[in-house]
Design a protein around this ligand. Structure first.
Ligand code: SF4
Length: 317
């Protein structure tokens, strides 16, 4: 478990959570097993990330899959700086007042993508509610920079909701990523406690809007489970996402980053994830990834190939 204090700066990493009561931490079950980050591939990925002065959600969110992903040089870049303007109860990314945007960041992401030799890259970001366009133009610039340097690499963006700023989604779609992902994160009844700065229907509408602008663009969304949601609520989220035309659903176990974060209410066993996957596929998603360690960007390259194949198979049938 990570701590609330950022040791390097000596400042609270989550100032808004510093005075919250600490919650008890449930012991992780046996099925939450992760690979230690010790391989040569991990070290090489780490070096490339640092050389290019980039941030990754793999490190900032304390992702449990980092040992496995970085061994294969699969890193997910986090753009728009390392400081988030929101204060979601589940998230370990540093919060506070962000600095100025780095205009070189798009080029550095493209250079790192080339050095890592990525066939598929996932780019995500912090929330930047302080920017006039929520950071949409920076996303578009990053997509274009990667296309220019690595034309064979497919690009997946995992965006914030841009605080519903006009024209933001349109700007990102116009840069033509291959996959547009925006996570709902949880069920609507938990938004006020888990994702207080966001609105459930605004996030759904964002995903629907992507399909309205470009029906051929793959859309993807994800939820965490174990935050206290009811099963029926998850099934309702699936229906809502299908109504918005979303192609790919990811479902993973929520893990509590620190005692100040939202507690894990329950660890779902692997067979419950399998059952959710069966229901979701029956509801019409082209692809579903559902397991305790599923994360939006986990195996994203292999999953993108499967997503394309699933669309082709649907067309042929
Ligand atoms: S699952 Fe995604 S965020 Fe986690 S280590 Fe892998 S690429 Fe990074």
């Amino acid at each position: 478990m990570t701590v609330v204090l950022d040791h390097t700066a000596g400042k609270p990493r989550h100032p808004e959570k510093a005075h919250r009561p600490e919650s008890a931490v449930l012991r992780k079950p046996d099925w939450i097993r992760v690979k230690a980050p010790v391989s040569k591939g991990y070290a090489a990925t780490h070096a490339i990330v640092r050389e290019n002065g980039l941030h990754t959600v793999c490190e900032e969110a304390g992702c449990p899959n980092i040992g496995e992903c970085w061994e294969k040089k699969h890193a997910t870049f986090m753009i728009l700086g390392d400081t988030c303007t929101r204060a979601c109860a589940f998230c370990n990314v540093k919060t506070g007042l962000p600095g100025a945007l780095d205009p070189q960041e798009p080029v550095h992401v493209a250079e790192a993508t080339q050095k890592l030799g990525l066939a598929h890259i996932v780019v995500t970001s912090v929330d930047r509610d302080d920017l006039a366009d929520g950071g949409a133009d920076h996303f578009a610039q990053t997509i274009r920079a990667i296309r220019a340097r690595c034309p064979a690499t497919t690009i997946e963006v995992l965006t914030p909701d841009f605080l519903r700023k006009e024209g933001a989604v349109e700007r990102v779609v116009a840069a033509r990523p291959d996959v547009f992902n925006h996570n709902l994160e949880t069920v609507p009844s938990l938004y006020l406690t888990v994702r207080p700065g966001a609105r459930y229907f605004a996030s759904l509408r964002l995903l629907q809007r992507v399909k309205e602008i470009d029906a051929t663009m793959f859309t993807k969304s994800g939820v965490m489970v174990g935050l206290g949601e009811e099963r029926n609520e998850i099934l309702q989220v699936m229906d809502d996402l299908r109504s918005a035309g979303v192609d790919f659903l990811t479902i993973g176990q929520y893990l509590q980053p620190t005692r100040k974060h939202h507690p894990v209410m329950r660890f779902l066993p692997p067979d419950e994830f399998e059952a959710l996957k069966t229901v979701a596929l029956a509801k019409g998603f082209l692809m579903v990834s559902s397991s305790p360690l599923t994360r939006s960007s986990h195996h994203a390259g292999e999953d993108f190939a499967r997503l394309k194949a699933a669309r082709e198979a649907n067309r042929a049938s």
